[in-house]
Design a protein around this ligand. Structure first.
Ligand SMILES: [Fe+2]
Ligand SMILES: [Fe+2]
Length: 415
């Protein structure tokens, strides 16, 4: 009886042990599944967000958020490869951000340089004891672990993503594998970004040359488009508009009168007040510019800004007679930038106005010609407008480095 009882107890203990083990396994599995599900969801989210995010910084911020979740790393650095021999930190997160930003690494130098040279992902735990890693000047000599991933696309090296754990924590091979999947997504995106930026920049440079040609044909003072671009960008920023709208204002401002390339110089330079027929001719320039930009594809999202830059808030403008919220916000802003520069430069038959006088004029026509919300912002941005008006053509570079492919796509309704 006693023996039977003992067997019963042992079986019970073993069975309970097995059940507890299974429950634990199940819980671990569930946790792992949940984590994997979250990772997959984040990956999906990131690829969708790539086209919604405003700029490169936001993209790295999102990537870092996910990599931090996967690996529990403390620091993130994206080293951009200059295409020749150097790695330059472009985006850094973590306590030693300022120190890391000052670093420059040659190909093959330090752990990140080695990752770039060998083009394969790797882990270096206890990095402070290794001869491979380089101590970041100005940071304490503490225990750290490194995880490096090359950013490669189509056989081309774009940079290195470096993750760091501080205080003795280590990276695992599992973390390396999942991080690699993410960096592969990022690689394709970073490559697209670099290429689109180069193409877009080339196109903008070409169009800038055309703008200069237009200004020579016109009665405008040289640099009109550059100043309109700067004012429109300032107003868009001060209105708190998203990055893509700010960009649309900047490029739209620069190219707003590009359609004048198709208008005869005799008409544009005509010293006399224009006859209604000739006025009609000049009024074709928004349409001409619109079709020109539409054909470029890569800048087609700015085409509407150009088409509508002479529309009035009350619907009395041209070419379509759209009113208030029907006019894209970028066109309403460029319209005001155009007016400010026209008034302060002085045109035929009208004396040059000061910035204060120009703003008074905006107030007078607020709700008639001009969007009252943009006028309000223009009034509070008086000093910045004054500085923008001093802008010289050669000072303005359309910095496109932070532009994402597709970041001009999509729009919000700003009524
Ligand atoms: Fe115009
Ligand atoms: Fe203009």
């Amino acid at each position: 009886m006693n023996a039977l009882y003992s067997i019963f107890i042992v079986t019970l203990v073993v069975l309970t042990g097995i059940i507890i083990f299974l429950i634990m396994q199940n819980l671990i599995l569930k946790e792992q599944l949940e984590k994997q599900e979250k990772i997959l969801f984040s990956a999906q989210n990131l690829s969708r967000k790539m086209y919604e995010l405003g700029d490169k910084k936001e993209f790295f911020k999102e990537t870092w958020k996910i990599l931090k979740y996967i690996t529990n790393a403390d620091e993130f650095t994206y080293f951009r490869f200059d295409g020749v021999n150097m790695l330059v930190p472009e985006y850094v997160e973590g306590v030693y951000k300022n120190e890391i930003l000052k670093m420059r690494l040659k190909l093959g130098e330090g752990f990140s340089g080695k990752i770039a040279l060998e083009r394969s992902p790797s882990i270096l735990n206890n990095a402070n004891k290794s001869s491979i890693s380089i101590h970041v000047p100005g940071t304490p000599d503490e225990d750290s672990a490194l995880l490096g991933l090359p950013v490669i696309f189509g056989n081309e090296l774009y940079g290195v993503i470096l993750l760091t754990k501080l205080g003795g924590a280590q990276f695992t091979n599992g973390e390396l594998k999942i991080a690699e999947v993410f960096v592969n997504i990022s690689s394709a995106f970073i490559a697209g970004l670099v290429h689109t930026s180069t193409i877009r920049k080339g196109l903008i440079d070409t169009l800038k040359a055309l703008v200069t040609a237009v200004e020579l044909k016109d009665t405008y003072t040289a640099g009109h488009s550059v100043r309109v671009s700067k004012i429109a960008e300032t107003l868009a920023k001060n209105m708190g508009l998203p990055f893509r709208e700010v960009l649309r204002c900047r490029i739209g401002g620069l190219l707003h009168d590009i359609g004048k390339i198709g208008i005869k110089e005799e008409i544009l330079k005509n010293g006399e007040p224009l006859t209604p027929e000739l006025q009609e001719e000049v009024r074709k320039h928004p349409e001409l510019g619109y079709h020109l930009l539409k054909k470029t594809k890569i800048l087609e999202d700015v085409a509407e800004t150009i088409l509508y830059h002479h529309e009035w808030y009350n619907g009395k403008g041209y070419p379509r007679g759209l009113k208030d919220g029907e006019i894209p916000i970028s066109a309403r802003i460029v319209h005001i930038g155009d007016a400010i520069d026209a008034m302060t430069s002085g045109r035929l038959h009208s004396p040059r106005k000061t910035v204060d006088e120009a703003l008074e004029e905006l107030k007078k026509f607020s709700g008639i010609q001009f969007d009252p919300k943009v006028v309000e912002v223009a009034i509070t941005s008086k000093e910045e407008i004054g500085r923008a008006l001093l802008e010289k053509t050669e000072d303005v570079v359309i910095e496109d480095n932070n532009l994402l492919p597709g970041s001009l796509k999509g729009s919000e309704q700003f009524k």
